[in-house]
Design a protein around this ligand. Structure first.
Ligand SMILES: [Zn+2]
Length: 171
């Protein structure tokens, strides 16, 4: 097991745009496995390569809490979207902050799986939200970008204050 280091907001590397994967080789499979291990370790339901400082279009998801249900999407692309949904979202890169933002309830996604095969999946509800959240990461976009300027600034201030306390040794 190999764990990867998660980047935390406002790390500017979270804004980098991921490149497509050309070939699902050994190196990519290793990255995917390390991402899955890291997602479990951090108790997240999804992780994008951007969050572990790898600028490749790879996301891993598990909304089922069962290892066999890991969903690996390489070069994911939303080809159909319908309906509206919004639930409180969190993010491993912005710990302790949650917010409801508008998402599509249904999406159809084209991607490549861990075997290098082209796949198409349909997702609704939480799974759909999770995929949209992770695909956003690959574009350097964070869920707080959807919030109003006021709300976003409030979160930024809280994070800065917390960071200052950590720097000064106050918990
Ligand atoms: Zn996230």
């Amino acid at each position: 097991m190999s764990l990867l280091k998660i980047l935390y907001y406002p790390d500017t590397r979270l804004r980098l745009i991921a490149k497509p994967v050309n070939e699902v080789n050994k190196k990519i499979k290793k990255i995917v496995n390390n991402m899955i291990d890291t997602m479990y370790q951090e108790e997240g339901i999804g992780l994008a390569a951007t969050q572990v400082n790898i600028q490749l279009q790879i996301i891993v998801i598990n909304t089922m809490e069962e290892e066999k249900n890991n969903l690996v999407l390489i070069n994911p692309k939303i080809i159909k979207k319908e309906g509206n949904i919004s639930i409180e979202e969190g993010c491993l890169s912005i710990p302790e902050y949650r917010a409801s933002i508008p998402r599509y309830n249904y999406i159809k996604v084209q991607a490549i799986n861990i075997y290098g095969e082209k796949i198409e999946i349909e997702a609704e509800s939480i799974l759909s939200i999770c995929i949209q959240h992770e695909i956003d990461h690959l574009q350097g976009k964070l869920f707080i970008d959807y919030l109003s300027k006021f709300k976003r600034e409030r979160i930024q201030k809280k994070i800065q204050k917390k960071r200052k306390n950590i720097d000064q040794g106050i918990k």
